[in-house]
Structures are given as structure tokens and as C-alpha cells.
Design a protein around this ligand. Structure first.
Ligand code: HEM
Length: 443
């Protein structure tokens, strides 16, 4: 049957941003799903919109970033479905902006998609000092070193149980069976969330970042808002239980409900912070878990090295987090005019720090596209950000991955990826929705 997408009427407002597909492969709006993607060398940089979800779904943005780093390290996209924006693609430039809180603000949002004016979700990742700092301090004890040590045994026990339940020698989806299951269990623990309902957390995490993804929100923005309000309803009940508890709980909801600087939050601010903690703790670690299996398949010599020496697991984890870069970008908004590479970013303009490109910058990393599990400067990657917003949960995420691989080697010799994984069509959450694998038991 003929594909009629290109003939869709253009005068009516599209239900989803991704309906704005165009036939032309270099359009400044979104590329048509399945359209040919020419090599970066054939495109006009003036018309490049690197945020196009089709480029991300097909893992086809790498050569574009390489061209940007080499030819136009500060690039302006004047017209796109997410509005005009600057792209910063070199390691040193990303670092400079991420740590320059005086001239670059987080308060107008931290992703390339602008905030909804009539559905504001304040959260501390999208705040500047001083309010950011006091809210961050309220939840930070959850990842204090002592608390992490307490979590370790529980994470190990659950990881072991999930791995023991896997089919051996039969294909299955690693994303749903392992990555989602383990990260959702962790999240339920952090919130002390009813365990049997934990997949609701997975759903809310997907919804929160999937407003424009018809596979996640086929009902568009209306569905997105309705599901987030359902999340608020559920979490409000938990808040009320925790405030009235005799003993103060040691979980994220109790911390927010009793914290000096958070106990009087408006409902939408509570929802915003809950979403932050759900997405922060879920998508990122989940996609690193899947990425680690994919990466070890793509670089088998590194996998052999790891098999021969398990003490390399922690550095392999860091290398995978660099290579995967589970959050491809963070956004800032310029507070004043800033000169960079001979151009001027004007006050109020949107600046995208492409961590995914900085992590492959040949000026900072040797052989940046290779996985090299004991490379120099291994923890200097950008995946956790830098500055006042540096990831709160970075040690927790790393610990979950480390335990996964330690427990894996107690049971299996190998995990073989059977076909190309299905990738998330997003320039923010860089990850996978499906990856078929088969396990090889320990001989
Ligand atoms: C591999 C795993 C993870 C990656 C790659 C990751 C990545 C990031 C990034 C890029 C930022 C923003 C940094 C910036 O703007 O400079 C961030 C912030 C944050 N992350 Fe993570 N994260 C991970 C795991 C976690 C986990 C397990 C939690 C669980 C609690 C978490 C909670 C947060 C929070 C609350 C923030 C906001 C910090 C702030 O604004 O001060 N993250 N993360």
C-alpha cells in the first residue's frame, strides 16, 4: 500500500510534532520516518536540525556531530519543530557552559523542548541558585555513602533473583526483562513505593519524556497531561501517609514531605520533583544496562578482557556510561550576550549542550568511538554533567551496573545480541526500547 504520510494536509495543526514530517530529507522540520539519510558530507549545515527524532531512532547523527565539532562548533538552527537553538558540540565548550551558572540558566527548562506555560512543572534540576541548592540538599541523603552501602545487599539480592529467572538458550528482550525490571525495583525502593505497583513508575517515566512520541502518548498532549495528573494523585496519597507517619521514613517522599525547604511545595512542584527523580533514576540507568550488553557485543576483545579480569568492571561501567551517554543533551538559556567561536549567543536564546558529542570529542578522548574499558581519564566523561546540577545519583547508577555485571559473571559466559536494538526516537533520552538477546550459561 502506498505511504500517504507525505500527502497529509499541511494546513491543519498536526496532533503530534512528529506528524510534521516532510518529504525532503534535509527539511528543517522533522524527517519522514524511513526517509533516506544522506551522509553528513552531503548536507548544508545551515539547514541541519540535529534534534530530529528520526536521526536518533536510526542512530544516524554521529557524522553530523563530527562535522559540527570540526567545522562549526557553535551552530545555530534557526528553524525547527522545537524552535531556534544553538548547539555546542566540543567537550571543552560543553564543560564551560555547564559550569557557568552566572551566564547560563536552567530555569527556562533543561531539555530542547520548551516548558508548557500552562502546565508548569517546577523541579530543582530546572532551577537556579539559591532555590536549587536547598531542594537538592533535601534529597541528597538518599545517596549518602552510608545509605549506598545499605542498598548494596538489597540490589545484589534482587539482581541475582532477576538473573536466575532468565531463560537460558532462548531469545528474550533484555530491555524489558532485565534493564527495566532492575531499575524500576530500585526506584520503588528509593520512594518506598508499593512494590506490586512499581511498573506504574516505568510508565510515568516513559510518559514524562514521551509527550511527542506517538508510540507512548497516542492521545498526544491531552493524554500526557492526564497521565501525569494520575501520577500526582498517586504520589499525593503517599505524601499524606508519610507526613502522618509516627516515625520519619528514610525515603524520597518522606524527605520531600518533611524537608524544611520542600514541605510547603505546591502540588505541581511536588509532581515536577517526583518526575525528576523518576526519570533521573530510571531511563538513565536502564539504558546504560542495555548499552553495556550492546557495547560488549560490538567490542568483543574488550569483553574478553573483562571476562579475564573482573576488577575491570568499575572502569568498564564508566566507559559504557560515556559511550552510551544516556541523556544526550541538557539545555541552558543565556542570561546575557555571550561571545563564543566568533559568534554571539544573545540573552534569552536556547543553548543545547550535546553531551553525546562532547563524549566523542577527539580533542579530549583518544579513539573516542571505541569502547576501551581501561582508557585514560575514564571518569572525565560528560554523561553526568558538571557544576551545581551534576547528577545526584551518579554513584548509585554506577553501583547498579557494577552489581549487574558481577552477578552476571557468576552465572553466564556470554550474552549475545541477536539483532539491531530498537532505539528511542528522542534527542534527549538516548536509549533502547527493545533488544533481543540469548544467554550462554557458564561452562
Ligand atoms: C547512568 C545513570 C545516570 C546518568 C547518565 C544521569 C545523568 C544525569 C545528568 C546528565 C544530569 C544533569 C547534569 C547537569 O545538568 O549538569 C543529572 C541530574 C540528576 N540526576 Fe542523574 N543520571 C543517572 C542516574 C541517576 C540516578 C540513579 C538518580 C537517582 C536518584 C539520578 C538523579 C538525578 C537528579 C535528582 C538530578 C538533578 C541534579 C540537580 O539538578 O542538582 N540520576 N543526571
Amino acid at each position: 500500500m502506498a505511504d500517504t504520510t507525505a500527502d497529509a494536509p499541511t494546513e491543519t495543526k498536526p496532533k503530534f510534532l512528529s506528524d510534521q514530517v516532510k518529504d525532503e530529507w534535509m527539511g528543517t522540520v522533522y524527517m519522514r520516518p524511513g526517509a533516506p539519510i544522506p551522509p553528513a558530507s552531503a548536507i548544508d549545515l545551515d539547514r541541519l536540525n540535529i534534534s530530529d527524532p528520526e536521526l536518533w531512532r536510526r542512530d544516524a547523527f554521529w557524522d553530523r556531530f563530527e562535522r559540527l565539532r570540526n567545522e562549526e562548533p557553535l551552530h545555530y538552527c534557526a528553524e525547527s519543530a522545537v524552535g531556534p537553538y544553538w548547539s555546542v558540540t566540543r567537550y571543552e565548550d560543553v564543560m564551560a557552559i555547564d559550569t557557568d551558572h552566572k551566564r547560563f540558566s536552567s530555569a527556562s527548562g533543561i531539555t530542547i523542548i520548551d516548558l508548557e506555560e500552562d502546565f508548569a512543572l517546577p523541579m530543582f534540576i530546572a532551577m537556579d541558585q539559591p532555590k536549587h541548592d536547598v531542594q537538592r540538599k533535601t534529597v541528597q541523603p538518599i545517596v549518602a555513602p552510608d545509605n549506598l552501602r545499605n542498598f548494596e545487599a538489597l540490589i545484589r539480592e534482587r539482581t541475582a533473583k532477576v538473573l536466575d529467572s532468565l531463560p537460558v538458550g532462548e531469545p528474550f528482550d533484555w530491555v524489558d526483562t532485565v534493564s527495566i525490571e532492575l531499575t524500576t525495583m530500585m526506584l520503588a525502593t528509593l520512594f518506598n513505593f508499593p512494590f506490586e505497583d512499581r511498573r506504574k513508575l516505568t510508565r510515568w517515566s516513559d510518559v514524562a519524556t514521551g509527550r511527542d512520541n506517538p508510540e507512548i502518548c497516542p492521545g498526544g498532549e491531552e493524554q500526557w497531561r492526564a497521565e501525569l495528573m494520575e501520577c500526582l494523585g498517586y504520589f499525593t496519597q503517599l505524601w499524606n501517609q508519610r507526613v502522618n507517619a509516627n516515625e520519619p521514613g528514610n525515603d524520597l517522599i518522606s524527605m520531600l514531605a518533611t524537608g524544611e525547604h520542600t514541605k510547603n511545595m505546591e502540588p505541581m512542584e511536588y509532581l515536577g520533583n517526583v518526575i525528576l527523580l523518576i526519570v533521573g533514576g530510571n531511563d538513565t540507568t536502564r539504558n546504560s544496562m542495555t548499552g553495556s550488553v550492546l557495547g560488549m557485543n560490538l567490542f568483543p576483545k574488550e569483553f574478553d578482557k573483562l571476562k579475564a579480569d573482573h576488577s575491570l568492571i568499575p572502569s568498564m561501567v564508566s566507559e559504557i556510561i560515556r559511550w552510551q551517554t544516556p541523556l544526550a543533551h541538557m539545555r541552558r538559556t543565556a542570561l546575557e550576550d555571550v561571545e563564543m567561536h566568533g559568534k554571539t549567543i544573545k540573552a534569552g536564546e536556547k543553548v543545547i549542550m550535546w553531551y553525546v558529542s562532547g563524549n566523542r570529542d577527539e580533542r579530549h578522548f583518544e579513539r573516542p568511538n571505541d569502547i576501551w574499558i581501561d582508557r585514560p581519564k575514564i571518569r572525565s566523561h560528560l554523561s553526568f554533567g558538571f557544576g551545581i546540577h551534576r547528577c545526584v545519583g551518579n554513584r548509585l547508577g554506577e553501583m547498579q551496573l557494577k552489581i549487574l555485571w558481577e552477578e552476571f559473571f557468576k552465572r553466564f559466559d556470554d550474552v549475545i545480541v541477536l539483532k539491531e536494538p530498537v532505539r528511542t526516537p528522542s534527542s534527549f533520552v538516548k536509549g533502547y526500547t527493545e533488544m533481543e538477546v540469548v544467554l550462554v550459561p557458564k561452562s
